[in-house]
Design a protein around this ligand. Structure first.
Ligand SMILES: [Zn+2]
Length: 214
């Protein structure tokens, strides 16, 4: 049987040949020179989240320049391969902790259907391959809320997210989980996800944010 995804990727490569997002160099989404220009974060940040449920948050880079272009291209032009590029940037630039399972901040199923994929899960899936850690869809989004980036007030943002996430499957014998998200400004979404996992009995919860924006 023909692997439809491979055929599709091949066709997409013909229509959208890979060029460096930073400098247009052919055949890679990010070249060495542009990689060196990325503004990497300190590897761990102290989350300023009230009632923080996360043991550690790793932020890879600032949401600017090349990283911003990579993420927006992944999201809005649906070039899924960029998820792999972002995962590799993460893997090689951070000290990724050992965990039982990697999961991603979920999209509401309606939004996922519109977009065709979940960008955070694309990054998480490749990280799962690179770190040889299972990927599981532990969470689901029960409310199709408007993007929280549009809500400026912090308290509103918090109440807006309450009960947005729920368990997607039974959790058995998991001690530690890494939750992956693409962009965040406050970490509130990640914390809401962590709360659900903590209530399900997971002891160590880490968060990984690809890019931090203001
Ligand atoms: Zn370049």
């Amino acid at each position: 049987m023909i692997d439809n995804r491979r055929v599709l990727n091949f066709i997409l490569d013909l229509i959208f040949p890979k060029f460096c997002i930073g400098c247009n160099k052919f055949d890679t989404y990010i070249c060495e020179k542009c990689y060196e220009k990325i503004n990497f974060y300190p590897l761990e940040v102290n989350p300023e989240i009230e009632d923080c449920q996360l043991n550690k948050i790793i932020v890879v880079a600032q949401y600017e320049d090349i990283v911003k272009k990579l993420i927006t291209t992944l999201k809005y032009k649906s070039i899924k391969d960029i998820g792999q590029t972002l995962a590799r940037i993460t893997y090689y630039s951070t000290d990724f902790p050992q965990v039982d399972v990697i999961t991603a901040v979920p999209l509401h199923h309606q939004k996922q259907r519109q977009r065709g994929f979940n960008q955070a899960a694309e990054i998480a899936l490749e990280l799962s391959v690179l770190t040889q850690t299972p990927f599981m869809k532990l969470l689901k989004r029960t409310k199709n809320s408007s993007p929280q980036a549009k809500i400026s007030n912090k308290n509103k943002r918090l109440s807006h997210l309450k009960n947005t996430f729920a368990l997607n499957q039974k959790i058995l014998n998991l001690e530690s989980v890494m939750i992956v998200d693409d962009v965040t400004t406050t970490g509130t979404t990640l914390n809401e996800c962590a709360l659900v996992l903590k209530q399900a009995g997971i002891k160590k919860i880490y968060g990984l944010i690809m890019a931090h924006g203001n």
